[in-house]
Structure formats: structure tokens, C-alpha cells
Design a binder for this molecule. Structure first.
Ligand code: 4NP
Length: 157
């Protein structure tokens, strides 16, 4: 049985990608598929290495029954061997990841796994950075992350 090794990637690894990691792990565990997936997250930047996720990400996850347990980590080329797929939250994260040495064939925009967005090509396939906005930004981000997570799980389950 093959294990899918997924790495969610944003800029700081404290808002979007730890939330995506926690939500996807939750979806996987609901389906009792924990032994089929290895799930982590990274930031392209290193400012928050070792830190817990942003309190606003922790709060929105907790409201949906999900505990976020990751600590901030920065992407490095050593991760190329550890993961099959890097799921970038926005185009800037994707481009930076590739500039930093991630193999292009392993990098996808995470929202490309949302089937609704796949149909509507005019919509931007990006999870907006909620760091400098208010708490409602985190609700929007949660909904986007959940929809893409369901699509990702359907694709690989
Ligand atoms: P994230 O949000 O990329 O979703 O984790 C950010 C968190 C921190 C910073 C930028 C974005 N920062 O500049 O520190």
C-alpha cells in the first residue's frame, strides 16, 4: 500500500498551511485512512520557525472540532525527498517554492483540487493571505481549504 506524502505550503507557515494540514488530517481520519497519508506543512519564509499556528487559525479550526498541532517549519530542498506533492496556497508561494528548488512536477496550487474551481476557470485559484486582515478572513480561508481538502482526498483516497 502506497503512502501519499503531502506538504501544504504558504508564506509564514502559521496561518494557511497549518490550517490546511489540520483540516486535511481531520478529513483523512474521518475516513479512517490515516495510514495512507503523511501530512505536514511548510512556509517559504523562516520568520515563524518553531512557533505554533496563528491564534486565529487555531480558533477557526477549534470551532470546527480540529486541533492544530504543527510548529512553524521552513521549506528546504531536503523536503523534496520527503514529499510527493507540495500544495501551494497561492501563486507567489508556488513560484517561490520552485525558485527555492522544489521540483516543478511535484508542485500544485492547492485550490486546483476544488472541483467547483476547476469548472470555473475565471476564478483565482488562490487562498488569500489572511495575516493582516480580520477574523472573518479566517472563516473564508477555512471554507476554501475545506473544499479543496475534500477534492484532494477524493482524488487520492
Ligand atoms: P501564512 O500567513 O503565509 O498564511 O502563514 C502569513 C504569516 C506571517 C507572515 C506572512 C504571512 N509574516 O510576514 O510574518
Amino acid at each position: 500500500m502506497s503512502v501519499h506524502r503531502f506538504c501544504f505550503v504558504c508564506l509564514g507557515n502559521i496561518c494557511r498551511s497549518p490550517l490546511a494540514e489540520g483540516v486535511f488530517r481531520h478529513l483523512v481520519e474521518e475516513r479512517v485512512l490515516g495510514d495512507r497519508f503523511h501530512i505536514e506543512s511548510r512556509g517559504t519564509g523562516g520568520w515563524h520557525v518553531g512557533e505554533p499556528p496563528d491564534p486565529r487559525s487555531i480558533e477557526v479550526a477549534r470551532r470546527h472540532g480540529i486541533e492544530l498541532v504543527s510548529r512553524g517549519k521552513q521549506y528546504s530542498t531536503r523536503d523534496n525527498e520527503r514529499f510527493d506533492l507540495f500544495l501551494a496556497m497561492d501563486r507567489s508561494n508556488r513560484d517561490t517554492l520552485i525558485e527555492m528548488g522544489a521540483p516543478e512536477e511535484k508542485v500544485r496550487l492547492y485550490l486546483s483540487f476544488d472541483p467547483a474551481l476547476r469548472a470555473g476557470a475565471d476564478r483565482a485559484m488562490e487562498v488569500p493571505d489572511p495575516y493582516y486582515g480580520g477574523p472573518d478572513g479566517f472563516d473564508r480561508v477555512y471554507a476554501m481549504i475545506l473544499a479543496a481538502g475534500r477534492g484532494l482526498l477524493e482524488r487520492y483516497a
